[in-house]
Design a protein around this ligand. Structure first.
Ligand SMILES: Nc1ncnc2c1ncn2[C@@H]1O[C@H](COP(=O)(O)OP(=O)(O)O)[C@@H](O)[C@H]1O
Ligand SMILES: O=C(OP(=O)(O)O)[C@H](O)COP(=O)(O)O
Length: 501
């Protein structure tokens, strides 16, 4: 940790001092990247962050609020920012910084607040599982431990909630049950599992919790009301607890019942240590990135992430696209994409993004060659083809070697890199090369050239862990979409809803 770093180092506040198991503490702080904080430019001091926040709030109070009240939204667009020359993106970012600087932390709660109290903790335990329900990367579970242990040591009873995957209704393969043994091991307590997240059984189990006990609720997304942020559902979730801690940074960009709705029913509602640590690092690192700044975006959540690209174009010098993201761009350019993943309703957006990148002088790099497969399976037939010649009935599952070479050359010129979304279906050995190559390149640039590298997202982190390179990166973030939205300057609803400090 740099001595020039004026704020409380994340590692100091994120790990309660009395944790007896130092090996766990070391793994967690290491895995979520604080050990490499010296590699980033020192983030603005708290004073500056607060000054920026105050500036933003003054601007909002003096300009936006009266306009909203008296003139309507259309007029706001025409109103210019005050003479400080704020541009919307910067204003957004400053507001985000302001919000982050003022939220209350779980660390402000003492034994008097917590002993004997039931605390509803929302974590992001959305970990990858294989077909046999084994956890293939436990980063998110390890990252949730400091907050839970802190609460248990203060005599609280923890009611732990999370989602897993994107189930439509009750779906056994998305049950949180497979997480119980690892959670119990890391926490050093026998975690009790409920078969639902609301209802009578949950009420009984919560009432029977001893001080220092943990009850894990079943996947909150088994109810469609969760994603709809239904107030009645939020009320039911909240009914078994006395106060709320949100430590789910990876889900903080979702305004769902368990991330946002419950804050209306539980007070205090505070940020957990992981949430704080992620915001602290990411806000600091991307507020003032060393240039050239590159973003690498891949993965399969195309509709979530394609929208972020427009904002990224205002911030980055190089934008590398890979994973399932690219086929929508190829199709938009008139190329055949076979059976590859395509978001038909984003074709126009893809075309306009290519135009905007050109207009802004951003290097938007799409792979020149692709590894295609005859089916979506580990033992599929595969071959390398030019991106412009994907055969019918084949699907693109990785970027090719020529693309990797071009990406590496571009990355060699950078000082800051943010990566979210694997380059291919890295879970299948045959289609892992593109992702592994990026992981290796980022590790090399971090260690040999001091480039700041930020890896975000459940699967991206799993890929970097699988390659054994996580501890070489500047920061491993538990949120992919969340870190991209933060970079956009969007306030995260899960953070906004929390109490002021
Ligand atoms: N070409 C592709 N076609 C389909 N899926 C892909 C492709 N490339 C990558 N993926 C998948 O994307 C998933 C990760 O996507 P995403 O959730 O967006 O990333 P993250 O969890 O890092 O945010 C991985 O499971 C990977 O197999
Ligand atoms: O895995 C997650 O996001 P990520 O893939 O962007 O890291 C979070 O758990 C949020 O999941 P969601 O994108 O289904 O809301």
């Amino acid at each position: 940790m740099s001595t020039a770093h004026t704020r409380t180092p994340a590692a100091e506040y994120s790990v309660p001092r009395k944790i007896p198991d130092l090996s766990i503490k070391k793994r967690i702080t290491h895995s979520i990247g604080t050990s490499k904080a010296h590699l980033i430019p020192p983030p603005p001091s708290t004073d500056i962050a607060l000054a920026l926040a105050a500036d933003s709030i003054r601007f909002l109070k003096s300009t936006v609020s009266p306009l909203l009240r008296s003139r309507g939204r259309a007029r706001i667009r025409r109103r210019r920012a005050p003479s400080s020359g704020l541009i919307p993106a910067a204003l957004g970012f400053w507001c985000v910084q302001g919000v982050m600087a003022t939220k209350r932390s779980v660390g402000t709660l003492g034994e008097a607040d917590l002993k004997g109290k039931k605390v509803f903790v929302r974590a992001d335990l959305n970990v990858p599982l294989d077909d046999a329900q084994n956890i293939t990367d436990d980063t998110r579970i390890r990252a949730s431990v400091p907050t839970i242990k802190f609460l248990l040591e203060k005599g609280a009873k923890v009611v732990l909630a999370s989602h897993l995957g994107r189930p439509k209704g009750v779906t056994p393969k998305y049950s949180l049950k497979p997480l119980v043994p690892r959670l119990s091991e890391l926490l050093g307590v026998n975690v009790v599992m409920a078969s639902d997240c609301i209802g009578e059984e949950v009420e009984k189990l919560a009432a029977a919790l001893p001080e220092g006990g943990v009850l894990l609720l079943e996947n909150v997304r088994f109810y469609k009301e969760e994603e709809k942020n239904d107030p009645e559902f939020a009320k039911k979730l909240a009914s078994v607890a006395d106060l709320y801690v949100n430590d789910a940074f990876g889900t903080a960009h979702r305004a769902h019942a368990s991330t946002e709705g419950v804050t209306k029913f539980l007070k205090p509602a505070v940020a957990g240590f992981l949430m704080q640590k992620e915001l602290d690092y990411l806000v600091g690192a991307v507020a003032n990135p060393k240039k050239p700044f590159a973003a690498i975006v891949g993965g399969s959540k195309v509709s979530t992430k394609i929208g972020v690209i427009e904002s990224l174009l205002a911030k980055v010098d190089i934008l590398i696209l890979g994973g399932g993201m690219i086929y929508t761009f190829y199709k938009a350019q008139g190329y055949a994409v076979g059976k590859s993943l395509v978001e038909e309703d984003k074709l126009e957006l893809a075309t306009s993004l290519i135009e905007k990148a050109k207009a802004k002088g951003v290097s938007l790099l799409l792979p020149t060659d692709i590894v295609v497969a005859d089916k979506f399976a580990p033992d599929a037939e595969s071959k390398i083809v030019p991106a412009t010649a994907i055969p019918d009935d084949w699907m693109g599952l990785d970027v090719g070697p020529d693309a990797t070479k071009t990406f590496n050359e571009a990355l060699d010129t950078t000082q800051t890199i943010i990566w979210n979304g694997p380059m291919g279906v890295f879970e299948f050995e045959k289609f892992a090369a593109g992702t592994e190559a990026i992981a290796k390149k980022l590790a090399e640039l971090t260690t040999s050239k001091g480039v700041t590298t930020i890896i975000g997202g459940g699967d991206s982190v799993a890929a970097v862990e699988k390659a054994g390179l996580a501890d070489k990166m500047s920061h491993i973030s538990t949120g992919g979409g969340a870190s991209l939205e933060l970079l956009e300057g969007k306030p995260l609803p899960g953070v906004l809803a929390l109490d002021e400090a």
